[in-house]
Design a binder for this molecule. Structure first.
Ligand code: AMP
Ligand code: ZN
Length: 478
């Protein structure tokens, strides 16, 4: 058990040594819920879902606590609510449901804890009061600002000189700031804007303090792993680090800081809404790409490397999964006979192939792990060539054992979760339909009936009929 992860804080690949191996803690900055996730947003969700699976494998399922927040206070949300003429809660409930549905279709399990900014405001106010009392923050004109000069460690994560950080953060030079690099923890709200009462008047929190307060509240002072995309390194994570360390008398916020590289498409270096070069997860699913194809494509490059998103990548990945599912289908008959013989040892022995495990333990080297999965697949293929006329022969046992090893590794990556027969019938994609049904239910709960109807019509157009009953909604093919 030796997981090494590239730590942005130390710039080295560090051995993960959890503070408490019985409670390994991981926090990943979650979505700001104002618009539907694009496939670039799905990269951190899938990468950290995989890391969580590896941690659970190594430390035990009940010994990993994963928190991913929902940022449901933000000026972009306010702007979206004004643009659509609907309440903020409608925007945030709908977008969160979309996010869970889209990520669910990619095999991303919900986190153990999903703190929401709107329900953590008291924890943020408390943290700001501590920062003010310790001389790391000050109130001015209804704002609370972090005093960057009071923190000698400021800049240690992104390792940028202060002048570059000021330029990078495009900070507002405001008269109430002592230093242009000081960043906002709290700002006043107009009567129309959402706001909370505080010692500094009615207002709302800045983005960075949300995560610092939610981490402390949901996981503790020092966590084992903190993750997010490369764009969060500065200013978001630098500021989280400053707030938390200063509030907690120098205790580190995270032992390991991880950052995934960008998914890009076309000429630009990053798929992003502001550049207008995005493709939604829902759009890709609607085009007929199975969630497992998207997931495996996202894992095909190492998480720190850029990933070029293209139709060719999806086609290639689909071919790989067709090949894998073909092996599963062809080997099923024999395995059904032999697997019961292994049932006892199945229970106790959940080991996975060593080369596969070592690849993931080495800073989540997914290209190598997928290579190893291919080798396991070849072994299944080779054992299918053996004489299997007597299903009780050793050859049958070899096939069943190889098949099981192959499936366990695939499970860890979160693929090969469909019935092989359904995969080839093209209707193995119930996860995507389930996800849409969940999104529609959420829209109905949020009383966004227009959205609920839109989802129902969209499913109807692809031949899925919804039936609402007393215990929820079920679906069938027309
Ligand atoms: P946002 O909702 O914009 O805060 O983004 C949610 C997460 O997606 C953050 O961890 C971002 O760093 C990450 N992210 C955004 N765009 C990309 C991209 N093109 N490639 C990889 N990660 C991204
Ligand atoms: Zn954060």
């Amino acid at each position: 058990m030796a997981i090494r992860l590239q730590n942005t804080l130390t710039r080295t690949k560090d051995l993960l040594v959890p503070g408490d191996p019985a409670r390994v803690t991981m926090y990943v900055c979650g979505p700001t819920v104002y618009s539907r996730a694009h496939i670039g947003n799905a990269r951190p969700a899938v990468v950290f879902d995989l890391l969580r699976r590896l941690l659970r494998h190594e430390y035990g399922r009940d010994h990993v606590v994963y928190a991913r927040n929902i940022t449901d206070i933000d000026d972009r949300i306010i702007a979206q609510s004004i643009a659509d003429g609907v309440p903020i809660e409608t925007i945030t409930a709908r977008t969160e449901a979309w996010y869970l549905a889209d990520m669910g279709a990619l095999g991303v399990e919900p986190p153990d804890i999903a703190p929401h900014a709107t329900t953590s405001v008291p924890a943020m106010v408390a943290m700001m009061q501590i920062l003010i009392a310790k001389g790391h923050a000050y109130a001015a004109e209804g704002h609370v600002l972090f005093d960057v000069a009071s923190d000698p460690g400021y800049g240690s994560l992104s390792r940028r000189p202060l002048d570059e950080m000021i330029a990078g953060a495009r900070v507002e030079v405001a008269p109430y700031k002592r230093n242009p690099a000081d960043f906002v923890l709290w700002k006043p709200s107009t009567p129309e804007q959402p706001g909370w009462e505080s010692p500094w008047g009615r207002g709302r929190p800045g983005w960075h303090i949300e995560c610092s307060a939610m981490i402390a509240e949901s996981l503790g002072t020092t966590i084992d792993i903190h993750g997010g995309g490369l764009d969060l390194q500065f200013p978001h994570h630098e500021n989280e680090l400053a707030q938390s360390t200063c509030a907690h008398d120098g205790a580190p916020l995270a032992r390991i800081w991880m950052h995934n590289g960008f998914l890009k498409m076309g000429d630009s270096d990053k798929m992003s809404k502001s550049l207008g070069n995005v493709v939604g997860v829902d759009e890709l699913l609607a085009q007929g790409w199975h969630g497992e194809v998207l997931r495996l494509a996202l894992l095909s490059a190492h998480y720190r490397q850029p990933l070029e998103w293209s139709e060719a990548l999806l086609e290639q990945t689909k071919k790989t999964l067709d090949y894998f599912y073909g092996l599963l289908r062809r080997s099923k008959g024999v395995a059904d006979i032999f697997d019961p013989l292994y049932a006892a040892d199945n229970e106790s022995d959940l080991s996975i192939s060593l080369s596969f495990q070592l690849a993931l333990e080495d800073d989540l080297n997914t290209p190598l792990a997928i290579g190893s999965l291919h080798q396991l697949a070849h072994a299944v293929g080779a054992s299918l060539e053996l004489d299997l006329s007597d299903p009780h022969s050793v050859a049958g046992a070899v096939l069943a054992a190889n098949r099981r090893e192959f499936i366990r590794a695939a499970n860890m990556l979160g693929v090969l979760q469909s019935d092989p027969n359904n995969w080839f019938k093209g209707d193995g994609d119930s996860s995507a339909t389930d996800a849409f049904v969940a999104a529609r239910t959420a829209a109905r709960v949020a009383k966004d009936f227009a959205e609920a109807d839109r989802i129902r019509d969209k499913l109807a157009a692809s031949g899925i009929i919804l039936e609402d009953g007393p215990s929820g909604t079920t679906w069938r093919r027309a």
